[in-house]
Design a protein around this ligand. Structure first.
Ligand code: 5RP
Length: 219
């Protein structure tokens, strides 16, 4: 099976996690696009979606799924999103698509984070993908220096502006053995909007797409 077929497999499998009658939290990315397409088949059974990006909002609305303002939703049972890496504890690196801030906001509204990934995203130690950090533009140089002091090789995503007007720095070469501590540390730096470590908001379960089928991993 191709990587995209594995993404489609878990995107469809995530439908079983949706609570009928509820609002669904929707992430961003190519794997989530498969979930959104599948969700359209049960749009009459949900109360709408809270979206984590303009990209997902456009896709949801094109398929006739109502997108609700996150400020009008207090709690959602399930948030479905992909990841760039997930470790054996459910800690993730996210933000390869640049939507990390809104993804974390929607994840914070959710009781359960359902991570949908193909098996290539499963890692023993987070970091090989690179760690995205969204910053307020005037802080980019200082945050880059701080990341470099941790041992990272920092590459700004040239010409990319997030849905929030932020810039994204990619920190390469970090072997992240304590994701919770690193997330807390980077969160403290002035000008950081969001770090793409999802440790405080880790996965509750992961639907892992493998050539043998979907594996369900609980954390
Ligand atoms: C976007 C994300 C995505 O979930 C992550 O990049 C995985 O994307 P894909 O499903 O396209 O492989 O965090 O900000």
């Amino acid at each position: 099976m191709t990587q995209d077929e594995l993404k489609a497999l878990v995107g469809r499998a995530a439908l079983q996690q949706v609570v009928p009658g509820s609002v669904v939290g929707v992430g961003t990315g190519s794997t989530v696009n498969h979930f959104i397409d599948a969700l359209a088949g049960m749009k009459g059974q949900i109360a709408g979606a809270v979206s984590s990006s303009e990209q997902s909002t456009r896709r949801l609305q094109a398929l006739g799924i109502e997108v609700l303002d996150s400020n009008r939703v207090e709690r959602i049972p399930v948030y479905v999103d992909g990841a760039d890496e997930i470790d054996g504890r459910g800690f993730m690196i996210k933000g390869g698509g640049g939507a990390l801030t809104r993804e974390k906001i929607v994840a914070d509204l959710a009781e359960r984070f359902v991570c949908i990934v193909d098996a290539s995203k499963q890692v023993a130690v987070l970091g090989a993908f690179g760690l995205p950090v969204e910053v307020i533009p005037m802080a980019a140089a200082q945050v880059s220096r701080r990341l470099a002091a941790l041992g990272a090789r920092v590459v700004p995503r040239e010409g990319f502006v997030t849905d929030n007007g932020g810039h994204v720095l990619m920190a390469h070469g970090l072997a992240i053995d304590d994701p919770l501590a690193l997330e807390c540390r980077i969160n403290q730096w002035p000008g950081v909007i969001t770090v793409g470590l999802f440790a405080q908001h880790k996965a509750t379960l992961c639907l892992l797409g493998t050539p043998q089928g979907v594996q369900t991993l609980h954390y």
